[in-house]
Design a binder for this molecule. Sequence first.
Ligand SMILES: Nc1ncnc2c1ncn2[C@@H]1O[C@H](COP(=O)(O)OP(=O)(O)O)[C@@H](O)[C@H]1O
Ligand SMILES: [Mg+2]
Length: 579
Amino acid sequence: MMVHTSETVRLKFFIDLLMHKRHPVMLVGTSGCGKSALLNEKLNSLSEEYAVCNVPFNYYTTSELLQRVLERPLEKKAGKNYAPPGNKKLVYFIDDINMPMVDQYGTVQPHTLIRQHMDYGHWYDRTKHTLKDIHNVQYVAAMNPTAGSFTINPRLQRHFNVFAVSFPCMESLNLIYSSLLDQHLKSSSMKFNPTLTRMTEPMVQAALQLHQKVAATFMPTATKFHYIFNLRDLTNIFQGLLFCTGETVKAPIELLRCWLHETQRVYGDRLLEEKDLEMLTKLQVDVTKKIFEIFLHLRRTRQQMVFALLCNTGKNVKYDIHLQAAAETPCCTKHVFTPLTLQELDETEVMAKPNVFCHFARGIGEPRYLPIKSWVDLNAILQDALTTYNELNAAMNLVLFEDAMAHVCRINRILECPRGNALLVGVGGSGKQSLARLAAFISGLEVFQITLTKEYSIQELRSDLANLYVRAGLKNLGTVFLMTDAHVPDEKFLVLINDLLASGEIPDLFPEDEVENIVSSVRNEVREGKRESSRVESLRHSPNKVLAPPYEAFHHHELAIAVNSASGPVITLPIFWVG
Ligand SMILES: Nc1ncnc2c1ncn2[C@@H]1O[C@H](COP(=O)(O)OP(=O)(O)O)[C@@H](O)[C@H]1O
Ligand SMILES: [Mg+2]
């Protein structure tokens, strides 16, 4: 869901104007600052007279592949003219435009094709060598100047109206996540306790402050190159909080603990060293104290069940000023004072271990996001699940010690998220695949793996993925795509996986007639409102996926290459260190 802030509204104003006049637009900004989100929202809200064609770029995009993708939605008109069907205007959305490989002459071939089209309005038929005039199409693009080839050729760039997208400021972040959480907490169907509905402000403040501290403390280095924290992580934290309902979370402390759990998952699971984890706990305690201590202090000094929250500024306002007086003091009027009745809240209780939330804490088949009661309790549930699994499938002989159970909860949490993907990293034999299978079984998801043979090439992977899309997207069979490093004989395989993770769009996956079939078979469901998307990409709601490469074979160096040649998303997957 997109929340508009002053920055996005500003940008959208210009994008609207320019797109209406059919001028090409390009957004430039670092990974995870919301470029794709903004453009996708704009493209989805275009009127019926527009058609949209998504063209995500990656390292291996060639001009030939690009031309095929660009030509697909066009039809032949009179003579050498080509245009979208009817009087539609076609918008090509080129995401990550600077990702393709730079050849030895310094040319990026796909760019040259686009430039030729923009300069002359035509390109050539590759087999007949005849001219094709292309009409009624326009471009929007996004690029990240800190990845891929960094810049694009000025002869191409000059055609675009370029806008910088900066990482949203604190105010915007506050707005985005307050809107998300507030809407959830106040929704009547969620039936939250009224005291909880006032938790939005401190929760968002705490999340933003912690995010800032985490991003400033854990910097990427050569061995910790995946220490990159951006909007996606914040979104994941709130995604977790949105699993809570009035039934599962009754007191503020429970919501607070859920937030602590989510931050532990989103940030903690990515950290490599014990000392980084300790540092994270310290940051969590610091932030929690800073934001929520006000309450503690008041309670201690006055035994009042009143909670004053100081939000929006980082200023340290004296806590023990009388509430009324504080509200009347001009310098404090900016702060929001929220009276809140809280139950007992002290640090040991807030930070108590284990703090693990999962969807099966009260038994499988009762999906509610709740904290586990104890490890023993969880063990009994998982043993049951394992026994049932073993009755139905090839038996797995798993010993469910604490870490293994924690991993199952982590993997399951990701699988339950819409389009949740994970990269499990650990030495061979640490149980990545088995634990992932168990986690998938708990959520009632099927597991799909490719069968690698000598002849298995990228073509076979394409058709496997196409089948997977049909199963998951069309037939609605929840599926986990489990891939290990042994399944990646060729680096190009990762490019398909990258497309799958980045946008869900793998160019050229289905032949033209099949796309028609697929669209017509979901058309009714779309009409009846059972599916969200009214566009062809209804198949985007692709399978849940877990990639599980063992650590030794897929060590940092190779992962770094994969990440460099693919684009951002691989690196922004939740990564687990199993074992
Ligand atoms: N204004 C916004 N409202 C809600 N979510 C946003 C907003 N801007 C960005 N996001 C979220 O931030 C994450 C990263 O955005 P994305 O567009 O993928 O980044 P980019 O394409 O710049 O790398 C996405 O999960 C998106 O949902
Ligand atoms: Mg993007």
